[in-house]
Every structure is written in structure tokens, then in C-alpha cells.
Design a protein around this ligand. Structure first.
Ligand code: UT7
Length: 333
């Protein structure tokens, strides 16, 4: 029997209109465009402005574009896996809200939180539902409103993060394209270096937690950097090895966009040149769960049917991993 694989058959995305530039940040915290550019590769990031708009607002737009582009009837969607670290509310799941907003009345949906590795964790999870043969149309969403948990007085975090969301459609493929392999890893001992300290059950919100700025993202940047460089490169090389992929076999690397220096360390260890690396960090910064699907959205026209693509990510948790897939379609002009 021919093996069923899950292939990405469409991409939709959304980034908010408001642009926060490095020169704007120079007026807000003690930093410079030169420092941010050389240390991270980021020039600007998008922020979602407006009362009462959460991550679901961006995801709704991404899903509607995806449905439109793929000419998919919302009622045909079986499942939505919503990868986010900044849900609209602690509960219910943001995936439930997005499904309702987009009329996905026959889908069940849930949230998945693996911080910056969330999208690839979601992609692999979604692919299992397709591979069983039981589900035919699965949407995997990745996105965050990072501005909701960023302290714009903290120069070590506010320069990095941005807001954005994107969605992919997974469908069965029996022609050899689709998701072929993955490595997913977690290590909870790294939690202390990148986390939001309060707001959960361990430390519920109080006047004290608010006064101490414990509802903002906390990051020990240099420590996270060290783990990110080692682990993202390790899994990217490992997935090449276990699939007998040489650098020349790889069409594209789609890496998590946290820091251009982490991306460079990864592609150099893989032995591939920068021309094969998808990057938009200079325009969007680190959108956490949004980075990898936003790359697919931005560069969809460059991706050709049969292209070997490696995705890799590292994030809070710690979480990290890599996915090997063959792209399944040529985007129409
Ligand atoms: O996406 C999920 C996982 N997250 C990541 O992968 C992020 C990993 N970490 C990083 O990308 C980098 O560590 C940062 C971009 C966050 C920081 O860059 P760094 O090169 O590791 O800087 P550092 O933290 O070692 O700080 C070096 C210096 C310090 O000053 P002193 O102590 O040497 O005087 C910082 O206070 O740079 C200072 N600094 C800044 N200076 C100007 C920190 N942030 C800034 C800033 N502008 N925005």
C-alpha cells in the first residue's frame, strides 16, 4: 500500500501594519540601530495595535487568506492545531476562537505551546492525523502577539520580538512529497532562562507580580543563545545524516528567526550557503510561533514542487527540533 504523507498544500499569513523601527527603539531604550543590526540582524518588527485584539485577530486573517488561496470550503476543515505562546486567554484555546471566527464548524481545535519551536511541533503533530488516513484537511497555525508580553523598557528583549501569524494546510499526498522525517526535543531544565514568570498556576497574577514586571517575557539572552546555536545546528545536521542528504540536495533551510547569528551558525554547520536560507528577520524580528510559517508565506513563490526543505527551531522550554519535507506544489503567479 502507498504510504500517505502529509503535504503542505497552501499558506496564508498576516503581519500587522504598524512598524516599529530600530530608530524608534533608540528613542525608547538605551540602544542603537547599529547594535541591534550587528547583534541580531533585525531592522524592524510589526506590532498589533488596538484594543481587544489578541493573537486570534492575526490568525483569523491568516486562515481566511489560506482558505481563499486554496479555494477550500471552511466546512471541510477537520482539525486546527493552533501553535501559540500568547493565547487570547488562558482558556478556552485560541484555536477554538479562530475556528469560530473563520466558520470552521466541523473542525476540532486545540492549542499547542512549545514556544519558538511550536510550529514545527504542530506540523509534526498534524501530519500524524493525516498519515493515519482518518483526517484529510488539517490547518496548522503559528503566531504570537509578543508585544503583549514584552516590556518596552527592557532593551534586552524589546528589540527582538514582533507580532505576526501564518497558517498552512496539510493534506494527504501519495506521490512522495510531504513531511518525511522529524526530530523533536525538549529539556525543561532550561525553563528558568526563558520564561514568563507569573500568570500561571504557580504564580497567579497579583499586585506584587505586576509591580515586579513578572508578566513580561524574561530571557537570559547569552545563555539561550549558547544552547540555541548548539542544538539548532545539531538537529539540522542530524536530520541531514539520517536521510542521507548532502548540502547540494537541500533546496532551502527555513530556520526559526531569533537571531541572524544563530541562523548563520546553523547553515554553516550544515555546509550550505546563505543563498539557500529563507530569512525575513530584518523585517519582522522574532515572531515566536510565527517565524517559520511566515517564511513559507513570504517566499512561497520561490519554493518548487519536489524541493527538499529543512525547517529547524529552538525556543523556550527548552524546545528544539528539525523537520525534513519535500515541497508539494508550485505557487501560481
Ligand atoms: O527565540 C527563542 C530563543 N531566543 C533566542 O534564541 C535569543 C538568543 N539570544 C540572543 O539572540 C542574544 O543573546 C541577544 C540578542 C538577546 C543579546 O545579544 P548578546 O550578543 O548575547 O548580548 P549580551 O546579552 O551578551 O550583552 C552584551 C552587552 C551587555 O553589556 P555589557 O554587560 O557587556 O556592558 C548588554 O547589557 O550588550 C548589552 N546590551 C545592549 N546594548 C545595546 C544588551 N541589549 C542591548 C541593546 N542595545 N538592545
Amino acid at each position: 500500500m502507498t504510504k500517505i504523507r502529509a503535504a503542505i498544500t497552501g499558506v496564508g499569513g498576516y503581519v500587522p501594519e504598524y512598524i516599529l523601527t530600530n530608530s524608534e527603539l533608540e528613542k525608547m531604550v538605551d540602544t542603537t540601530d547599529e547594535w541591534i543590526t550587528t547583534r541580531t540582524g533585525i531592522k524592524e518588527r510589526r506590532l498589533l495595535k488596538g484594543e481587544g485584539m489578541g493573537t486570534s485577530h492575526m490568525m483569523e486573517k491568516a486562515v481566511n487568506e489560506l482558505l481563499h488561496k486554496t479555494r477550500t470550503n471552511p466546512l471541510e476543515i477537520d482539525l486546527v492545531i493552533c501553535c501559540t505562546t500568547t493565547p487570547d486567554m488562558v482558556f478556552p484555546a485560541t484555536g477554538n476562537l479562530v475556528s469560530d471566527m473563520c466558520g470552521l464548524k466541523n473542525a476540532f481545535s486545540y492549542d499547542l505551546n512549545a514556544a519558538c519551536s511550536g510550529f514545527i511541533f504542530g506540523l509534526v503533530t498534524g501530519s500524524q492525523f493525516i498519515e493515519t488516513g482518518k483526517y484529510k484537511k488539517v490547518i496548522v497555525l503559528g503566531g504570537d502577539k509578543m508585544s503583549s508580553i514584552i516590556n518596552y523598557k527592557d532593551r534586552t528583549t524589546c528589540i527582538i520580538f514582533g507580532d505576526g501569524a501564518a497558517a498552512v494546510l496539510l493534506e494527504p499526498d501519495t506521490s512522495g512529497n510531504g513531511i518525511l522525517d522529524s526530530i523533536l526535543r525538549t529539556d525543561g531544565s532550561g525553563a528558568q532562562y526563558l520564561c514568563q514568570k507569573a500568570g500561571g498556576s504557580r504564580r497567579p497574577p497579583s499586585i506584587e507580580t505586576v509591580t515586579n514586571n513578572e508578566h513580561y517575557a524574561y530571557q537570559e539572552g547569552a545563555t539561550v543563545f549558547k544552547y540555541a546555536v548548539a542544538n539548532m545546528a545539531d538537529v539540522s545536521v542530524q536530520i541531514m545524516k539520517q536521510n542521507n542528504l548532502k548540502p547540494e540536495d537541500i533546496a532551502w533551510l527555513a530556520p526559526h528567526q531569533a537571531n541572524k547569528r544563530i541562523i548563520s551558525a546553523t547553515y554553516e554547520r550544515m555546509g550550505i550557503g546563505e543563498e539557500k536560507v529563507l530569512m525575513n528577520i530584518e523585517r519582522y524580528g522574532n515572531t515566536t510561533n510565527g517565524t517559520i510559517p511566515l517564511l513559507l508565506w513570504d517566499f512561497e513563490k520561490k519554493l518548487k514542487k519536489g524541493d527538499n526543505i529543512i525547517m529547524s527551531a529552538f525556543g523556550g522550554g527548552f524546545t528544539w527540533g528539525a523537520v525534513y519535507l519535500k515541497w508539494a506544489y508550485n505557487a501560481s503567479e
